[in-house]
Write a protein that binds this ligand. Sequence first.
Ligand code: CA
Length: 220
Amino acid sequence: MRLLLVEDDSMIGEAIRAGLKRLGLAVDWVRDTGAAGQALATEPFELLLLDLGLPGGDGLGLLKELRGRGSSLPVLLITARDAVADRVAGLDAGADDYLVKPFDLDELAARIRALLRRKSGRTEPHLGHLGVVLDPATHRVTQDGDEVALSPREFALLELLLERPGAILSRGQLEERLYGWGEEVESNAVEVHIHGLRRKLGARFILTVRGVGYRLGPEP
Ligand code: CA
C-alpha cells in the first residue's frame, strides 16, 4: 500500500515514515506542495497524508486542486492544534479526516485503515479469500483458522490482491504499489514474493496470467 506524505517538518515526517514503514506501508515523503503535485501526477497512491502549513503554497490549495480535478483519493490532514479554522476549511474542501499534532502513530494507522476500507467499499475490517483471512489491523493472516507467518512484503502483496478480487495485477502495478521511491527493487522481487505466498498458501492460491500478471485463484 503506497501513501504520499506531504510534511515540511523533518522530525514529524521521519517519525511518520518510519512508523508506517514498520506496518508494511510504502511511504513517499515530500516537503512542499510543488513536489506533491508532481508525485500525484506520476505515481499511484492509495492515500494522501497532508500537512496544511507548508512552505511555498499551503496544503489547502493542493487539496482544492485535487478535488477540482475530480480525484477521489482519500486525504487525511495532519494539522497543528491551534488551527481549528484550517481543519474546518480542509474538511469542507474535501479532506476525509484529520489528525491533530502531536498524534499517536497507532491512531494514524487506524485512521488510514478506516479510510482505505471506506475507499474500497468494504464494511468488514478483514480481507478474505478461500479460507485465507487477512487482518490489516493486527497484521495477522490465517488459513482455515491456522496462523500463516508472512514477511512484510508478502503481507503487503497479499493485501493488494485481496483488495481487488478478480482483478489481474501486472508485475509493474504490484511493484509500484509495494515500493516507495529510492527503495532498492530487485528485478524479480515480485516473483520472489509470489513464490513465497504460493509456498505458504498453496500453489493455486495465486495464478499467473501469462503475459499479463497475477490474480487470485482458482480458475473460474
Ligand atoms: Ca508544517
